[in-house]
Design a protein around this ligand. Structure first.
Ligand SMILES: C[S@@+](CC[C@H](N)C(=O)[O-])C[C@H]1O[C@@H](n2cnc3c(N)ncnc32)[C@H](O)[C@@H]1O
Ligand SMILES: [Zn+2]
Length: 279
């Protein structure tokens, strides 16, 4: 074990060498004062047992600040526990949402089973842990990350998972891991909250950058029946991607889109895109 790892908390030791500074991408060290960057002055304190590795902000943080729209307000929406509890309660009490969660669990199992149990799986965003049990069964260690501190607090209160886990604040725009370091990466229901094509692309690029074996990401299909019907109404347009667009971004980053099933042909425009890195 490297000297810097010896004093790190037990839960962190399996992933410490995979972490990267969200500001400069250098490796992180465990120092007497806690987790910090080995190259720049960034420090990553823990609160309530949760590490804060989130570099918050949107396109201005990767030099594309001229966009009129951003997901900043959405990033801030779950800073407190109350809205996070509300989001998660809705999925527990509303029949349609409960059914959707069940369908999602089935899809996740179908798509991850062929890849077996991996060493490390990053679930980003984990939200309040709605789907975490479905991911936990496919990994030796689950890393749950989200920018919403309230969501992380909620996830922390959930019943214990079947596998060890590490909870951290982390942004999908600056995933705090080294290139090709995490076996599997899962990103459910974030892309369709990002208002610009630039943000949606950036998210997928970051997921593909840190994944070693696969990325499972949901997106709202531009050509879905739900979106086509919506285009005939006065409702604001959905934040969509096409299957071809996702396939092309995956290819640019050494991965193949091997499946993209719809969550539901009629009731939902979401697809679960399974992208596998080429060996
Ligand atoms: C609709 S929830 C989905 C949560 C979980 N995957 C689920 O399906 O229940 C979207 C989550 O994305 C988080 N979020 C927003 N912007 C983010 C970003 N840039 N990086 C990581 N998480 C983000 C929010 O805090 C919220 O918890
Ligand atoms: Zn740094």
């Amino acid at each position: 074990m490297k000297p810097a790892l010896v004093d790190a908390p037990r839960a962190l030791q399996p992933i410490l060498e995979f972490l990267a500074c969200p500001w400069c991408r250098a490796p992180l060290d465990w120092k007497p004062a806690g987790l910090g960057c080995s190259s720049c002055p960034a420090q990553f304190p823990a609160r309530d047992g949760i590490l804060d590795l989130a570099r918050r902000g949107t396109a201005e943080t990767w030099g594309a600040a001229d966009s009129e729209a951003s997901s900043q307000a959405y990033q801030d929406a779950y800073a407190a526990l109350e809205p996070a509890q509300h989001y998660n309660r809705e999925y527990e009490v509303r029949t349609l949402k409960r059914l959707s969660t069940q369908r999602e669990r089935n899809l996740i199992a179908r798509l991850l089973r062929p890849h077996g149990r991996v060493q490390h799986l990053l679930e980003l965003p984990c939200g309040g842990g709605r789907l975490s049990p479905s991911f936990a069964q496919w990994t030796e260690l689950l890393v749950q990350a989200d920018t919403g501190w309230g969501q992380l607090l909620h996830a922390n209160r959930r019943p214990v998972l079947v596998t060890p886990r590490v909870l951290m604040a982390g942004s999908g725009f600056h995933v705090p891991f080294r290139d090709a370091s995490v076996d599997g990466v899962a990103c459910v229901r974030l892309s369709h909250h990002l208002p610009t094509a630039d943000e949606r692309r950036r998210l997928l690029q970051e997921l593909l950058r840190v994944a070693r074996r696969y990325v499972l990401m949901t997106f709202f299909d531009h050509h879905s029946l739900k979106n086509r019907l919506r285009q005939r109404t006065k409702k604001p347009p959905k934040m969509t991607m096409t299957v071809d667009e996702v396939r092309a971004i995956a290819r640019e980053h050494g991965a193949e889109l091997v499946a993209a099933p719809m969550l539901s042909w009629v009731g939902s425009g979401h697809r679960y895109a399974m992208m596998v890195k080429r060996a």
